[in-house]
Design a protein around this ligand. Sequence first.
Ligand code: CA
Length: 237
Amino acid sequence: MDNYQVLIVEDEDVTRFSLRNLFEAEGYQVFEAVDGETMSLMLMQHSINLVIMDINLPGKNGLSLGRELANNKNLGLIFLTGRDSDIDKILGLEIGADDYLTKPFNPRELTIRARNILSRIGQTPSEDDNKATIIKFNQWTLDSNSREMISPNKKVLAIPRGEYRALRLLIKNSGQIVTRQELIKEMTGRDLRSNDRTVDVTIRRLRKHFESSPETPELINTIHGEGYRFVGTVEKG
Ligand code: CA
C-alpha cells in the first residue's frame, strides 16, 4: 500500500527540511512547496492527504491559501504560525484548518496531531484512479492503470496525474465545453480559485503530446472565456 502523502508548504529552508526529515522518519511520503503556486502544482501532481502550512509565505499568505483548501474534506490542514496572534486570525477567519501549532513546536506533538487528523479523515491513500480503464480515441490509447498515453505510432508517454485527470474529464464530456473550474476541481479534487494558468499549462502540455503525432494536430479546442472542448472521436466499448 502507498503511504500517506504530506505536503510541506514553507519558504524557510531550515524549517522545511526538518519537517521533511520528521515526516519521512514517520514513513510518510513527503513533498515540498515554497509558495502557493508550487502548492497548487504539487496538489495536482500527487495525491496529497495532509498539508502542513506556514502562515508567513511570499505572495499569497497561508491564511488565504488555507481558505482555498478548506472546502475539501478529504484533505487535512495543519497551520504553523510564528506568532500567537496568527492563531486568532485562523479562528477569526474561520478557516477550515484541522489544527495549528505555534513555532517552535514540539515535533512529536506535530506528528501525533498529523496522525489523528489522517485517521479522522479516514481516507486511504490513492483510493481513486484505481479502476482500470482503457480509453481509445483517434488512434491514441489512454490507460488509467499506468496513466500512460500510447500514440498512434506506439510511443508510450507516462503523463502526470493532473494531465491524466484533465484529459479523462475532457474525453468523458467529449464534444461539450468543460470549464476551467471543472478541470481544476477534477485535477486537484479541490475547488481552488484563481488557477486558470495551471489549467492552461496542463492543456498546453496535452496538446504538445497530440501535436507530436501527425494524425492528431488538434484534439482540444479553446472556448474563449469558457474553457476547453475535446473534439476527438472516442471509441465505444
Ligand atoms: Ca515563512
